[in-house]
Ligand binder design. Structure first.
Ligand SMILES: Cc1cc2nc3c(=O)[nH]c(=O)nc-3n(C[C@H](O)[C@H](O)[C@H](O)COP(=O)(O)OP(=O)(O)OC[C@H]3O[C@@H](n4cnc5c(N)ncnc54)[C@H](O)[C@@H]3O)c2cc1C
Ligand code: SF4
Length: 329
């Protein structure tokens, strides 16, 4: 059995108190929401905070507010189960509800939050292992070692962004709000991520994610599809999120196709947008967008299935995501 190391646990009642605790406890402290990512990582000694600041006692983080000017404001502490069941989210943002519903199992969705999902640690077959397993291969660059076993001559880590929620957030053009002692800043979800398996977030360690803000509803539709080995349980080995904006005449005004689990960040495919804009969303334009997404997708050999097959599936799943949008018409 894997055991947690000893650590200090505090559960402040407000965001301000949580920021104060982080200031006091310093860089050895981490925030925890549902703990479904952080605690397993601590058991495997991948992440080793001495103090953990729980956000579970902050009621304001668990609220969902609707506003015509801003869209939908979702507290970072809203659980995935809550998100998947929310009537407004299901009616107007089905891609968000679908992504939440497809994460892992019911117990993990009952604990796991959307905030923790967007900030999920990157994953790799050589990293998501016990301490003893990792020690046996002399660790790797992401934690405790010096080499990348996926690409030994590489100066960087290629661990994979494996969140189901992150590609949807980027495709929708959502915004996140981060609080720190300096105040609150907003940024597009796309700017939350770095293409680097170790420094995968632009968020500063002391910043607390407070809100996830979805765009106003309008003449756009979105979808999310996921590939994994076991449909009841597994992380994605490929996720495709798509948003298509329509002109009044039914042609495509804009589109965002974002791939999850093929790189260290949710990867937006500009060539797929180019293949769709100005055309009707139909079998021909969907096939062209799927082809356009195939070339830039370069999955690494560090998750489930062979990388050649995962790359081939990009074409299939981009088409599926766009066909889903077509079926919503
Ligand atoms: C067996 C298993 C299967 C899983 N399958 C999937 C899957 O299919 N898809 C998927 O996307 N995920 C999956 N997960 C990962 C995880 O359960 C979810 O992503 C979940 O939403 C994480 O949320 P959490 O609240 O538990 O995060 P936590 O573990 O609490 O936190 C995750 C990270 O975010 C930080 N953090 C959390 N909230 C905040 C905040 N508000 N401000 C600042 N920092 C914060 C923490 O410090 C930590 O670094 C799986 C996990 C397990 C154990
Ligand atoms: S990609 Fe390389 S450095 Fe990163 S976790 Fe995997 S083996 Fe380690």
């Amino acid at each position: 059995m894997l055991r947690l190391p000893r650590f200090q646990y505090v559960a402040p009642p407000t965001v301000m108190d949580a920021l104060g605790a982080r200031l006091e406890l310093g860089n050895d402290a981490m925030y925890v929401a549902g703990g479904t990512d952080l605690y397993p990582n601590m058991k495997r000694r991948q992440q080793t905070p001495r103090s953990v600041i729980s956000l579970a006692s902050i009621p304001t983080l668990r609220e969902i507010h609707s506003s015509p000017e801003l869209g939908l404001r979702i507290g970072a502490g809203v659980t995935l189960s809550q998100l998947a069941a929310d009537d407004t989210v299901r009616a107007h943002y089905p891609a968000v509800a679908t992504a939440a519903r497809l994460v892992s199992t019911p117990p993990l969705r009952n604990m796991g939050t959307i905030g923790g999902n967007l900030l999920l640690d990157t994953r790799c077959n050589y990293y998501d292992q016990t301490y003893e397993w990792r020690k046996a291969i002399d660790f790797c660059m992401k934690k405790d070692g010096g080499i990348c076993w996926v690409a030994p001559s590489s100066p960087r880590c290629w661990a994979v962004q494996s969140s189901d929620g992150a590609p949807v957030a980027v495709a929708l053009g959502a915004t996140v709000q981060l609080a720190s002692p300096a105040g609150v800043r907003s940024l597009p979800a796309e700017e939350l991520y770095h293409n680097d398996g170790m420094r995968y977030l632009t968020k500063q360690p002391d910043e607390l994610l407070v809100s996830y803000i979805l765009p106003k509803i309008g003449s756009w539709r979105a979808s999310y599809v996921k590939l994994r080995r076991r449909g009841s349980f597994d992380f994605p080995v490929l996720g495709v999120a798509a948003r298509v904006d329509f002109n009044p005449d039914g042609t495509v005004r804009d589109a965002r196709i974002v791939l999850g689990a093929v790189a260290s960040y949710p990867m937006r495919i500009a060539a797929a947008t180019d293949a769709l804009v100005g055309r009707r969303l139909d079998a021909a334009s969907i096939a062209d967008a799927a082809d356009a997404a195939f070339k830039p997708a370069k999955p690494m050999d560090n998750t489930d299935f062979t990388l050649a097959w995962r790359k081939e599936m990009v074409r299939v799943y981009v088409a599926k995501a766009l066909e889903d949008i077509l079926s919503q018409s």
